[in-house]
Design a protein around this ligand. Structure first.
Ligand code: ADP
Ligand code: MG
Length: 710
């Protein structure tokens, strides 16, 4: 298929269709611009006169980009994005059509939201949901070949103010972690000029590309986003010839167009390369504040999908589109930075910041140790279950990789006798190796689910198709709790007045205690090894293998109290998320099971039976010609055996799928224990048939056809 991509002159590549920065400053009166900045910074409500001016300017600007409609763009609990479009057109008093966007329309919307999952929140009251403008994330114009729409990022809540979306709790968690981090800065006296601490986020997105013509002929990919059957291709990733290899020209064309579209939307994409598996690629942006980064991540997935179509590809974002080769993840690079630009997880030269760094580092270690189960639950999905622990992705056991140097420092801290020396007026917290940590010294252990990579943590267990809002909400919240703990301890032990020396003693003591308690979560070895599973169990680390194992963690008192304490989610809001997650798991597997049996009955079985009859005819014809047929007969009976196996397996899947349980959690367990294994057996039976069936009878695109695009 000919790509019919929009052509941009080279100078246009960096032209943005984003209402922020210079564009905003140019188009808004000074006082309005400042009021808006203040709102964005402090979350203050916008004055309606200001809102009207902003709306008018935004509309005028959007019209120059060809927008005819505007929409409130939000992220319901489905995990995707939603938009309801309204035209700018309105009729004035004299009956003339005018283009209008009022302040009210900018600030709030009332989409009829009864079809979005609410986990029971909304039905109790009424069907309406409300969208509220998030002034901290820039509005953008989304262009298609057919027109353009001004998209206004919004939060989505019920009329009681309860969050029905993924953005609202993320914003609350960002606030919570900022407040607690600020307390730590105050203790160290490094808060001067800092008004808030930002969670920073950069997500590396892995994906597969296949030819669209194959996609159209694979019902499993069309309906489930992954292959439910398919024998491995003779060549997979054994030769390691794809990773970072030369990118096929058509794919480069696709990537270039993706980057143009993303630049236009204000997404700072930076890196692109081939990934490990054939047909697998990666795209990564430069990090931004977590809220904007999460919005931009949703846009990235959207653009990947839509540009793929233009180039005759289909883009698979699923965590495990193909068995037997690597799956896809989304490395979630996370840190904390002051709004003055200081990365708080960057080990720095001066003792002062060094101690502070160690407090932040230890707070993270403590948070992950106390909440490894929650973090695991934050990335639980039917799709991610195929990937975690499958010897190519981090296991479902959460642990932290620190690297040799930091681990050594941790050991010193735990012993409580760091080689503390006083030299030239600077204190060394026994951590004199710290300043020499080369950036990225620690990120070569690719097996760790949560790795310190020089100046940030990389949460690698996040799934490729997932919205990053929820895992980051959980991450920010548990870190907020840990910083709260550290700050509270330090404040109490230090009293109102303290000098440098006392600060150092108190910090060292607290670090020693914390490190001793929580060091078990640190593991620098091979996370894929069997030995680690045994070792982790000995250390008492949770190993929640599947989604039905992980989700109930969110129902526990501990989780409820944590989210409530930091005003991130009320118990009801949390419960709603648990219900939606469970329901999604159950529904996805029901769809997969039905798709699988349909494909087995409509494609695989007919191909096999046709082959059986061909063979049978060959056998009898050969026999009547008086020629011995031992070989063909063996082949026939082997084939019939495989068909019997498949037939039994289909029945098993159908019976398991027919089961129902009013209790969604119990049903999820049934699915895990009965349906999933039955589907695996059916797949194995089908794949074994594929290997013996003649190619001309096999109606489905094979792995080797799909995986090697040129
Ligand atoms: P890799 O993990 O493949 O070696 P990089 O080190 O280039 O990749 O960075 C991966 C991602 O981490 C990028 O999106 C980058 O912007 C992001 N990143 C770098 N520093 C930070 C930070 N302080 N906070 C959040 N993300 C960051
Ligand atoms: Mg990475």
């Amino acid at each position: 298929m000919e790509p019919h991509a929009t052509q941009h002159p080279a100078s246009d590549i960096f032209a943005k269709a984003v209402f922020s920065g210079e564009t905003m400053r140019k188009r808004l009166p000074e006082n309005v611009y400042r009021a808006l900045q203040k709102t964005a910074r402090e979350g203050k409500p916008l004055d309606s006169a200001v809102a009207n001016t902003v709306a008018e300017a935004m509309k005028e600007w959007a019209l120059t980009h060809g927008a005819t409609h505007f929409c409130h763009w939000f992220q319901p609990l489905t995990g995707s994005t939603a938009e309801k479009h309204d035209a700018f057109l309105e009729v004035d008093e004299s009956g003339n059509a005018i283009e209008k966007l009022s302040g009210d329309q900018l600030i709030a919307g009332e989409p009829d939201a009864s079809s979005f999952p609410s986990g029971g929140i909304r039905d109790t009251y009424e069907a309406r949901g409300y969208t509220a403008w998030d002034a901290t994330s820039p509005a953008f114009v989304l262009k298609t070949r057919y027109g353009a729409t001004l998209c206004i990022p919004t939060a989505f809540v019920s009329w009681t103010g309860e969050a029905l979306d993924k953005k609202t709790p993320l914003l609350r968690s960002i606030q919570a972690v900022s407040e607690q981090a600020m307390r730590v800065l105050r203790i160290f006296g490094t808060d001067r000029g800092v008004s808030r601490v930002q969670a920073t986020l950069g997500c590396e997105q892995e994906y597969f590309l296949i030819d669209r013509k194959h996609f159209e002929r694979r019902e499993d990919i069309r309906l489930c986003g992954r292959t439910l059957l398919g024998a491995f291709a003779p060549k997979g990733q054994q030769l390691h010839d794809h990773y970072f290899g030369a990118i096929p020209e058509r794919v480069v064309g696709f990537m270039t167009q993706v980057e143009r579209r993303l630049f236009e939307l204000g997404v700072p994409v930076r890196t692109r390369h081939n990934e490990v598996a054939p047909g697998q690629y990666e795209i990564a942006p430069t990090f931004e504040n977590a809220n904007v980064a999460a919005d931009h991540q949703m846009l990235t997935m959207h653009v990947l999908k839509s540009v793929a179509e233009q180039f005759g590809f289909y883009c698979l974002l699923h965590e495990k589109p193909f068995a037997g080769i690597n799956g896809s993840g989304k490395h979630n690079n996370w840190s904390l930075a002051t709004d003055t630009g200081v990365n708080l997880l960057n080990p720095r030269d001066e003792t002062h910041t060094n101690m502070q760094f160690l407090v932040f580092l230890t707070a993270v270690i403590r948070a992950i140790d106390l909440n490894a189960d929650l973090l695991r639950a934050s990335i639980a999905s039917a799709a991610n279950d195929h990937r975690l622990g499958a010897n190519e992705a981090p296991p479902a056991i959460i642990s932290i990789y620190l690297g040799e140097m930091l681990s050594d420092i941790l050991d010193q801290l735990a012993r409580g006798t760091p080689r503390s020396t006083k030299k030239g007026g600077t204190l060394h917290l026994g951590a004199h190796t710290l300043p020499q940590i080369p950036r990225h010294s620690g990120d070569r252990n690719r097996t760790s689910p949560f790795a310190f990579t020089g100046n940030k943590f990389e949460f690698r267990a996040v799934g490729s198709s997932q919205s990053v809002a929820w895992p980051n909400t959980v991450l920010n919240t548990i870190i907020a709790e840990s910083l709260d703990f550290m700050a509270t301890q330090l404040e109490a032990r230090l009293g109102r007045k303290y000098n440098e020396k006392k600060l150092e003693q108190v910090v060292r003591k607290l670090l020693q205690e914390s490190v001793k308690k929580h060091r078990r979560i640190v593991f620098d070895g091979d996370n894929y090894s069997r030995a680690w599973h045994a070792e982790a169990e000995k250390r008492g680390l949770p190993h929640l293998r599947t989604t039905p194992d992980a989700i109930p963690v969110l129902n526990q008192k501990k989780a409820q109290q944590l989210f409530a304490k930091y005003d991130v989610l009320t118990p009801r809001e949390l419960k709603a998320r648990v219900d939606v997650l469970t329901e999604q798991y159950n529904t996805i597997l029901a769809i997969e099971a039905r798709t699988l049996t349909a494909m087995l009955r409509q494609h695989v079985m007919p191909a096999a039976v046709r082959y059986q009859s061909e063979l049978a005819q060959a056998v009898s014809a050969t026999k009547s010609a008086g020629v011995p047929v031992a070989h063909a007969q063996r082949q026939l009976s082997d084939l019939v055996g495989r068909i019997e196996e498949l037939s039994a397996a289909i029945g098993e899947v159908e019976r398991a799928e027919a089961h129902s349980d009013a209790d969604a959690e119990k049903h999820a367990q049934w699915i895990r224990d009965r349906l999933v294994p039955a589907m695996q057996r059916a797949r194995a039976a089908s794949d074994s048939l594929e290997l013996v069936c003649p190619a001309d009878l096999w109606t489905l695109p094979t792995y080797s056809e799909m995986l090697f695009i040129r």
